[in-house]
Design a protein around this ligand. Sequence first.
Ligand SMILES: [Zn+2]
Length: 274
Amino acid sequence: MHHLAALGALALACAQLVAQPGLAEEPSAATAPTAAEPFTVLVFSRTAGFRHASIPDGIAALKEIGEAQGFEVVATEDPAAFTDDNLERFTVVVFLSTTGNVLDEEQEAAFERFIAKGRGYVGVHAAADTEYDWPWYGKLVGGYFKSHPKIQPADVVVEDRTHPSTAHLPERWRRTDEWYNYRENPRESESIRVLMHLDTESYDGSEMPGDHPIAWCHQFGGGRAFYTGGGHTSESFRDPDFRRHLLGGMLWASGHTEHSRANGESETPAEESQ
Ligand SMILES: [Zn+2]
């Protein structure tokens, strides 16, 4: 119940900001996503395949973000964390460049029950290179990894800037990363809301010519799932724009933003003036 009350208070606060923009002392504060109340995020980075050297940087960044925003971030590589009792402590679980088969069947079932309770999942980069034999997970993440070209800059087209993870971004966001190809196009899933795609003419090696989603979200299995394909490099986790992108994803997955109330559909377009 107190979640609903907090969301109501947040919605009211946002409505006041929209109605009286002069009240916002700092221009960025009006659109910056913020946590309405403390919650706890579990970051899971177990690897059974390729191990990204950026994982410690990602964990450090997520902890710093949580500290700055007033929510707790706990990191583990222990699959035994996936029990009903332990997961109960958390609002969001981040799969941070996990690879391969990282959970056994009982742990998978516990995580499915966690999502069914309305909790959140955030997948970063190789989270899509994980659990190929667990069909529920494949639907949750929204697309399995297929291949990637070399690390290079590309133009990310931010097609939906009404989401907490993208509201701060330019319409074309040029950045360097390892750009994954996916086995399926997530846009073909009815539930998935694509937030950003790659301009496949802006770099070499896309195997999804014409439509190459790179970040998306959806309501799935009773909860919320957000995925972003970036995050191969350590530099990604020091980039303020990418960090804010991750923050918005975690907040949306947690249900602690007004945008997430509308089943993943935004009712409030981003303020053009901000
Ligand atoms: Zn990678």
